[in-house]
Ligand binder design. Structure first.
Ligand SMILES: N[C@@H](CCC(=O)N[C@@H](CS)C(=O)NCC(=O)O)C(=O)O
Length: 231
């Protein structure tokens, strides 16, 4: 959220990719570009029907992105990531110059000041729960990966969301066991370990330990979710 970076990506989020002098924004567009530019097994299926189904799953995951932000800030970061008044002011100025399609200015304004209402966090958490329940059902026909026998751009996207939520204390093994088994197949892939976990292992342990302690003492995200489902 600095002027320099806003010149590269006016939405002020990572990632941004510059390759061969071209700028690519949005993680899914970046993956599609890399997929086309570098060959290997395609992440976006070539078959038209499979392609439509895959991109529909990507769109569903995109719609949940804001929910993931709210839930992970609430249950992992607490109030740690608040901006100070000057930072908030700078963000608003930058947002007014770009399109702020990620709604960072309003998010950080509420988050850093009076705080975001519990009911808003709850709505986002329930939205995630419903989407994961649907995905769990889809996977229950015995398929190995989301799109059948091979991994796809949809699997890459969803697995990252699940990883982040596991770190916040969301107990997939208990709530969506089929989806969790699929996640483990993704997680155990050598590329997931070298490209995702190698840089994330330390933080992953910190978040998961925090989540386990919270769960043991009867609070934390999983307990909150159980109460919401029961209601
Ligand atoms: N729609 C964007 C969202 C990217 C996004 O939310 N990135 C997060 C990190 S994973 C970020 O930069 N957040 C800034 C913040 O919340 O302060 C994409 O898919 O690339």
């Amino acid at each position: 959220m600095t002027p320099n970076y806003a010149q590269i990506n006016p939405n002020m989020v990572v990632p941004a990719l510059v390759h061969d002098g071209q700028l690519y924004l949005e993680s899914m567009d970046i993956i599609e570009y890399l997929d086309q530019a570098f060959g290997g097994d395609p992440f976006v299926p070539v078959d038209a029907t499979a392609r439509i189904e895959t991109m529909a799953l990507v769109e569903q995951a995109k719609e949940l992105h804001q929910s993931l932000r709210y839930v992970s800030f609430r249950w992992s970061l607490g109030r740690l990531a608040r901006l100070n008044p000057q930072e908030n002011k700078n963000l608003k100025t930058l947002a007014a110059q770009g399109n702020d399609k990620e709604n960072l200015a309003s998010f950080y304004d509420a988050y850093s000041n009076e705080g975001i209402a519990q009911s808003i966090f709850d709505d986002h958490l329930l939205k995630l729960y419903k989407a994961f329940s649907n995905l769990n059902t889809q996977l229950s026909d015995g398929r190995k990966f989301l799109m059948g026998e091979s991994i796809s751009i949809a699997g890459v996207f969803w697995s990252m969301k699940i990883l982040r939520l596991i770190e916040t204390g969301y107990l997939f093994s208990e709530l969506h066991p089929v989806l969790y088994d699929w996640f483990l197949r993704m997680y155990k892939r050598p590329a997931f370990q070298t490209e995702v976990m190698a840089n994330n292992r330390m933080l992953n342990r910190v978040w998961q330990t925090k989540a386990t302690i919270e769960r043991t003492f009867g609070f934390g995200l999983n307990n909150a979710l159980h109460k919401l489902i029961a209601a």
